[in-house]
Design a protein around this ligand. Structure first.
Ligand code: SF4
Length: 298
């Protein structure tokens, strides 16, 4: 790839005279030797899986294998349709869709890791709800996935995208940044605005620890995806309104690396700290292990 940072990505877009999504498609074709059409087709297939996961998650009967979670996406969707959500209907819909995909993940259903399974709800939540709202064809969203991919590529190469390495800021935080930057482009923002959206979004999740109860990607992961979708919408709107990330987005990514590196192991997916080790978190873990006939971890 001819970019390793968001600044370089922005410069490449300037040189080529293309948006981030197209720069990513060009670079991916160069890197892999595959045709643009093939790469696009592959991404289009991923988007279909995301849409299917949203639809499945909003339906009845989605429960996680553990029995701990499920049904919240439908609850939020029904509430948004019949009540007056404080967020407004559109953001509530994005939140419901993000919850839906995360619940499908917890039920061992098919999802696309964006960038990981733990944060798989945010991009579909933002994209599928935006598609419905703005009446976009699938191809528009597929292009958006390339923009999101370019942003994720930069984050992964300069920081981390896994909770085990850098805490939840790396998983949910990265997904929020990817969704925010991509949506900014899809709404007509410049590469510069999209890059600002990434920085604005990432700042809001710096320091977020990874503390899944019983080591399962359910509590608090699923609701964090719901919140993440809303934050991505907010970051895109700020950037489109002209708000800039006063700390350049590449430097924010550097802070994510610094914070994640300093994070104790108990807050990096080990379930040995945070919400996982609250009295309730420990009780849930104990009950699950007893149910499975296994020895509970402490
Ligand atoms: S809490 Fe950990 S496992 Fe759950 S979404 Fe965040 S990083 Fe992933």
């Amino acid at each position: 790839m001819r970019f390793a940072t968001l600044t370089q990505l922005k410069e490449l877009c300037g040189e080529l005279g293309v948006p981030i999504s197209q720069a990513m498609m060009i670079e991916q074709a160069r890197e892999t030797g595959q045709t643009g059409a093939h790469i696009f087709e592959q991404m289009a297939a991923y988007y279909q899986i995301m849409k299917e996961a949203v639809a499945r998650g909003l339906g009845p009967g989605v429960r996680s294998r553990s029995g701990l979670t499920g049904g919240d996406a439908k609850r939020v969707k029904d509430y948004a349709e019949h009540e007056m959500p404080s967020l407004g209907g559109e953001a509530a819909k994005a939140m419901a869709y993000a919850l839906a995909v995360s619940e499908v993940n917890a039920s061992m259903g098919r999802i696309i890791a964006t960038p990981t399974a733990g944060s798989c709800g945010i991009i579909p939540g933002v994209f599928v709800s935006a598609q419905e709202r703005f009446g976009w064809e699938d191809d528009v969203l597929v292009r958006g996935l390339f923009a999101a991919g370019a942003i994720g590529y930069v984050i992964a190469n300069n920081s981390f995208v896994s909770g085990a390495e850098g805490g939840c800021q790396a998983e949910v935080g990265s997904a929020i940044g990817m969704a925010a930057g991509a949506l900014t482009e899809l709404r007509g923002g410049t590469p510069e605005q999209a890059v600002h959206a990434v920085g604005l979004a990432l700042k809001n999740s710096l320091g977020l620890i990874c503390d899944p109860v019983a080591g399962l990607v359910e509590i608090p992961c699923i609701v964090r995806n719901g919140f993440g979708a809303v934050t991505a919408l907010a970051a895109a709107d700020m950037a489109l309104a002209g708000v800039v990330s006063a700390i350049p987005s590449d430097e924010v990514i550097g802070v994510m690396l610094e914070v994640g590196t300093a994070m104790p192991a108990k807050h990096r997916e080990t379930a040995k700290g945070g919400l996982a080790q609250t009295p309730t978190g420990r009780r849930i873990m104990k009950e699950l292990y007893e149910k499975d006939g296994k020895e509970g971890r402490t």
